[in-house]
Design a protein around this ligand. Structure first.
Ligand code: SF4
Length: 96
């Protein structure tokens, strides 16, 4: 997954939340219990909502910046975000 993106929406305001495709979905879908069994289908279903979401980039950036460990954010699972966060932090350190 690319770690750079063009910001069309500022992540540090709540504006991007207005475009969130998950606004009217059950929040439980995005916070599966565990990563195996039924959670696998739940994560896939949440990611399908993210895939069509206009706020995917700022949502993922928000999750990385605020270190959201639980749930699906910006089309990424907890495990994917943990890995992504390492490269994202390294990239930020290099840039500063
Ligand atoms: S990317 Fe996914 S979790 Fe983030 S706002 Fe959009 S639908 Fe919700």
């Amino acid at each position: 997954m690319a770690l750079t993106w063009n910001r069309s929406i500022e992540w540090d305001t709540d504006d991007w939340r207005r475009f969130a495709a998950c606004r009217d979905t059950d929040p439980d879908l995005f916070f599966p219990i565990g990563t195996t069994g039924p959670a696998v289908d739940q994560i896939a279903a949440a990611k399908r909502v993210c895939a069509a979401c206009e706020a995917q980039s700022p949502c993922l950036e928000f999750a990385l910046i605020t270190n959201q460990e639980a749930g699906v954010w910006g089309g990424t699972s907890e495990e994917e975000r943990r890995k992504l966060r390492k490269s994202w932090l390294a990239q930020r350190r290099r840039a500063s």
